[in-house]
Ligand binder design. Structure first.
Ligand code: C2E
Ligand code: CA
Ligand code: CA
Length: 453
């Protein structure tokens, strides 16, 4: 049955010994395919041949989705008819591979001389075959299947591969069914119990390494006012592990899923505050804007982390700005509200990041205690062609100004964009057009050369 698998039925070794003992392929009565015993024997045989020929083989485990519902609705006779129909179809596409019925709605395919790409395309063919409509009574069924793949690895027994294919099928089922999962790609629960794919686990471990080995740093990108003066610099995190740079678009989502973003965020608050103080020491009264993520602001420890950064850096809080997305301002949970109030009380300013994306609501703006509005890059990249986007920018600028906010446009790369944005009335612009995010050593040089321009 769906989700129940090979080892979970609990007769793994017994199955195997018994099948060797009876010494013959046993067949399933309903479909005429090999049954579990037959499958085990065939798998053992395949392993021997593959080792001898030094080739690889694959096991594909297929489990029909929602079969229990079919049985419940059409009775066992209806269920049997569906299985027979399905077994016939599957048999038509298997070619050289062995097919077995493992339990009521589970089928296993043993594929000799098969690597991952072949197993995947074979599995896609199986999925398509399963999806052909089945008439049952006066209705038509549209079945789907969860499919798990395992490729034999050196040193594994035939049972090991079967077990892995079964587990991969279980993972496909947990993803909602109607999909294929290859063993090794199954999601694994992360620290917060959220499923992480293999790549994400690797990123998580790299982030830990980076935190411990000084692989994190902040780059800074200026926000340039219409008159050429500097409104602020935004601190953007960079992570490098063993000489390889991980882009924020990859590591920030993983840090958010695993809760690591709280530690990363505390680190960037402190580094950003130190940088603001350092700039001031060098004669630059420039704000440093720091990105704050949802996980940070929903944590009761945020206020403490912010205060610690202010105390350790001894910076004037007016030189720090926190960039938050709009939904955070609208969060009515006590912790978020308290963190926002406490932050404002310290004297730091708040800014709404990525405005205009997601579920932005102009009506909310009046209730948000932020002094700055950062219009998302999406409005800028479509200029000058998209006249409607420009109209929206103009309206947002006007509204922002009426609410006494500074309006910034992000992601400006070209002269035409810059000119249109200034014409629309934005107060400051951030983007490659002026400067890319740069390491702290370069920032001071850039500020120097900018001021002499
Ligand atoms: P964001 O806060 O919207 O930051 C702006 C992003 O736009 C940065 O990407 C910046 O490098 C990029 N950008 C700036 N100008 C241009 C331009 O002209 N063209 C293009 N194509 N891109 C431009 P980056 O540094 O990759 O950061 C991506 C996102 O990662 C940030 O988006 C922010 O949400 C997040 N992030 C970065 N650092 C931190 C951090 O310290 N803490 C948290 N919580 N999130 C961070
Ligand atoms: Ca930002
Ligand atoms: Ca942004």
């Amino acid at each position: 049955m769906g989700g129940e698998g090979f080892t979970r039925k609990g007769f793994r070794l017994f199955d195997f010994l018994f099948s060797l003992f009876i010494g013959m392929n046993s067949k399933d009565n309903l479909t005429g395919l090999l049954d579990r015993f037959g499958c085990l024997q065939a798998a053992e045989k395949l392993l021997t041949t593959s080792l001898h020929n030094k080739t690889s083989f694959a096991v594909v485990w297929l489990d029909l989705d929602r079969f229990k519902k079919i049985n419940d609705s059409f009775g066992h006779t209806g269920g049997d008819a569906v299985i027979r129909n399905l077994a016939e179809r599957l048999q038509r596409v298997v070619g050289r591979s062995v097919i077995a019925r493992m339990s009521s709605d589970e089928f296993v395919f043993l594929l000799p001389e098969c690597d991952r790409p072949h197993a995947e395309s074979f599995s896609r063919l199986l999925a398509e075959t399963v999806q052909e409509l089945i008439p049952i009574g006066n209705m038509t069924l549209c079945p789907t299947a969860s499919i798990g793949i395992a490729i034999h690895e050196t040193g594994e027994t035939s049972l090991d591969v079967l077990e892995r294919a079964d587990r991969a099928m279980g993972a496909a089922k947990s993803k909602g069914g109607n999909c294929i999962v290859c063993s090794g790609d199954e999601p694994t629960p992360g620290r917060l119990g959220i499923s992480l794919a293999r790549e994400e686990l690797l990123i998580e471990s790299n982030l830990h390494v980076a935190l411990e080995t000084g692989g994190l740093c902040l780059n800074y990108q200026p926000l340039v006012r219409a008159d050429g003066s500097i409104e602020a610099v935004e601190a953007l995190m960079r992570c490098s592990v063993k000489g390889e740079n991980l882009p924020p678009a990859k590591f920030i989502p993983v840090a958010e899923k695993t809760g690591l973003v709280v530690r990363l965020g505390e680190w960037s608050l402190l580094q950003g505050a130190l940088q603001a103080q350092m700039l001031q020491n060098q004669g630059y009264q420039i704000k440093v804007a720091i990105n704050v993520s949802r996980a940070q602001l929903t944590s009761p420890k945020f206020t403490q982390a912010l205060n610690a950064a202010l105390i350790c850096s001894n910076v004037n809080p007016a030189l720090l700005e926190l960039e938050l997305t709009e939904s955070l301002f609208m969060d009515i949970s006590n912790t978020v509200q308290m963190n926002l109030r406490n932050a404002i009380a310290t004297g730091v300013t708040l800014s709404i990041d990525d405005f205009g994306t997601g579920y932005s609501c102009l009506a909310n703006l009046k209730d948000i205690p932020a002094r700055k509005l950062k219009l998302d890059r999406a409005f800028v990249t479509v200029l000058p062609e998209d006249a409607r986007a420009l109209a929206v920018v103009r309206a947002m600028v006007q509204l922002g100004h009426e609410l006494d906010m500074t309006v910034v446009a992000e992601g400006c790369e070209r002269q035409e964009e810059n000119d249109l944005l200034l014409e629309a009335g934005v107060d400051a612009i951030q983007g490659y057009f002026y400067a890319k995010p740069m390491p702290e050593q370069e920032l001071v040089q850039w500020l120097q050369s900018w001021s002499t321009k």
